[in-house]
Design a protein around this ligand. Sequence first.
Ligand SMILES: CC/C=C\C/C=C\C/C=C\C/C=C/C(=O)SCCNC(=O)CCNC(=O)[C@H](O)C(C)(C)COP(=O)(O)OP(=O)(O)OC[C@H]1O[C@@H](n2cnc3c(N)ncnc32)[C@H](O)[C@@H]1OP(=O)(O)O
Ligand SMILES: Cc1cc2nc3c(=O)[nH]c(=O)nc-3n(C[C@H](O)[C@H](O)[C@H](O)COP(=O)(O)OP(=O)(O)OC[C@H]3O[C@@H](n4cnc5c(N)ncnc54)[C@H](O)[C@@H]3O)c2cc1C
Length: 666
Amino acid sequence: MVVASVDNLADERSKAQFDVGAMKIVWAGSKHVFDVTDRMARIVASDPEFRKDNRTTLGRKELFKNTLRKMAHVVKRANELRLTEEEASKLRFFVDEPGYLDLHWGMFVPAIKGQGTEEQQEKWLPLASRMEIIGCYAQTELGHGSNVQGLETTATFDPKTDEFIIHSPSLTSYKWWPGGLGKVSTHVVVYARLVSGGQEHGIYGFIVQLRSLDDHTPLPGIIIGDIGTKFGSGAYNTMDNGFVCFNRVRIPRNHMLMRFCQVTREGNVCLSDVPKQMVYGTMVYVRQTIVSDASWALSRAVCIAVRYSAIRRQFGSQDRGIETQVLDYKTQQSRLFPLLASAYAFRFVGEWLKWLYADVTERLQANDFSTLPEAHACTAGLKSLTTSVTADAIEECRKLCGGHGYLCSSGLPELFAVYVPACTYEGDNVVLLLQVARFLVKTVSRLAAGKKPVGTTTYMGNAEHLMQCKSSASSPEDWLKPSVVLEAFEARAFRLAVACARDISKFSTPEAGFAELSIDLVEAAIAHCEVIVVSRFIEKVQQDIPGDGVKEQLQILCFIYALHLIHKHSGEFLSTGCITPEQATLANEQLRTLYGQVRPNAVSLVDAFNYTDHYLGSALGRYDGNVYATLYAQALRDPLNDTVVPDGYEEFIRPVLKQTMRLSRL
Ligand SMILES: CC/C=C\C/C=C\C/C=C\C/C=C/C(=O)SCCNC(=O)CCNC(=O)[C@H](O)C(C)(C)COP(=O)(O)OP(=O)(O)OC[C@H]1O[C@@H](n2cnc3c(N)ncnc32)[C@H](O)[C@@H]1OP(=O)(O)O
Ligand SMILES: Cc1cc2nc3c(=O)[nH]c(=O)nc-3n(C[C@H](O)[C@H](O)[C@H](O)COP(=O)(O)OP(=O)(O)OC[C@H]3O[C@@H](n4cnc5c(N)ncnc54)[C@H](O)[C@@H]3O)c2cc1C
């Protein structure tokens, strides 16, 4: 039985029609990134300190202490190996355990870099880099998260002492959720309402020391702790998401992050000549990183489900002969291959977004704020789209693995539990889509005023054509033409956005219309985000891509991504008149053909992710395909199997059995 499993994946690999090594480089982004990633993944996988297969069986306290041990080991190894920032960040990634280091490096440091003055950066960044202080990012409160302007914490300037007084005026103003805050961080960037001279001046970030650097006890005026156990076993419970209440805590004036707004010794508030949304910059940065992370999480789930589907056999045999691999069932393919294609799509759009972010950052430094709204809309929209799809996809992969997918040893339940809050943190996904919709409606109304759209909305400049065009697809093959596919996506997105803008104008105020039509607006926003992903994927496959058969495989995946969306949203494509029912049928026919083309390459396409068995953490997704023996070995290691007769037998099983025996004798 075991030998048959191993043979299956070897067979699968022998069928690949492309150069897997070359695809690994495409997936990584470059040979350099591949080398770094591969080396860091192996360092983690070969170090017993980073073992993670017992996580779901540990209680919260044990689990958390275990994470602290691993984080300390990460820091030690990074120092011993003299890792660069890039290498250290990959090392942390492959440790694959949410912990305070994520927030320290992922939000505290970027907040200081983005919002601190040069002097502030010179003071705080070396301390943070050497980890002489540990920081987190506290924006959300018990009563407000999405509505940043509704935050209640105050930072009142006291000109007598040249200090800010940080205060939590109510229970709902307690900071609530920040990762790393509960038990570890010594410092925090806290977001509060700036008050000076009796006037409010908006929300800004302030660096506050939370705990003593000598004995880690909270400083005077600070009540602090963990907010409690979260969803799932193991999962995000390795993180000390925390609460904090500030009781008139005093900090020096220069602890306010003053890049965009300065408070003078006299308490005068001087706003720099920049948009006030610059203070939201850390969120834009993190949303961009979350899009890249989505492709990692999605590809990991897909890798498990594809390999297992090649191993798993059900039905289809005559006379108890060999059964059919479940990967051969068209229904399995139609659920799995679009997810495989989405993993590649998100990888490429993530890379593009990184470029966009770098570009806007460069412009901002040169005081060019023109692309800020587009950067906000793209990061918000793509964060929302990719995390929602990924969370649903992990759950779909669990179902695709049948009963065994429900076991923690499949790796999927914990992956889902760790991943699903990505739909909420860094902005609730619906709230973020409404931001995109606001941007789209503005773009449409600017069009009417003769303004030319730029960036990702450039396609809207072709307004007349997009409102009237009818798809030319007359055969399944026509759906392999980039121009045919793109036109359908652009026309659907534009028509939905225009309909929203038109309908909003029928209400007494734009605000009333926006609120009433928010369901349609969210759909228009998704359609626009899908234009971005589809067009970036098409752009990618039109480039020169080295490696035998690599480009062909990516083209297949690109069209699977696009055509499965046409199928999924066929209602919208049809109701907006972008395609006809017959054309929808042709697209489906092509999709089925494409599934057949991916089938022999599926295992190799997930091998190209280059994941170690340690990172996958799954009995079902092992590289060698040795699924059943691993499931059995892991079952035997479960704490319940420590003894043959369970603890509690004497107390709770024997009395029941005795009672039943007595009753049956009556
Ligand atoms: C590398 C490691 C990565 C990660 C770290 C590790 C782990 C990650 C795990 C967890 C960390 C989680 C952290 C957090 O969750 S931190 C808290 C995040 N909180 C949020 O995201 C709150 C969401 N809410 C908002 O962003 C705003 O409140 C919202 C945009 C919804 C509304 O803003 P506002 O109240 O100002 O109102 P509007 O009128 O809607 O907007 C006014 C104006 O401003 C423009 N805008 C809004 N946001 C931005 C932005 N970020 N950048 C630029 N411009 C922005 C908006 O479009 C409006 O423009 P206009 O229409 O022209 O007036
Ligand atoms: C695991 C995790 C880690 C986190 N880490 C941090 C951290 O490090 N630092 C930090 O500051 N915060 C952190 N957060 C908090 C996070 O940023 C917020 O939870 C998030 O921004 C959502 O805000 P909320 O909780 O107020 O949701 P709410 O806004 O209360 O959302 C509740 C519901 O209301 C809907 N809704 C809200 N407003 C609107 C609207 N205008 N229109 C339509 N629907 C609406 C939402 O769609 C949602 O369905 C974390 C959260 C989680 C889960």
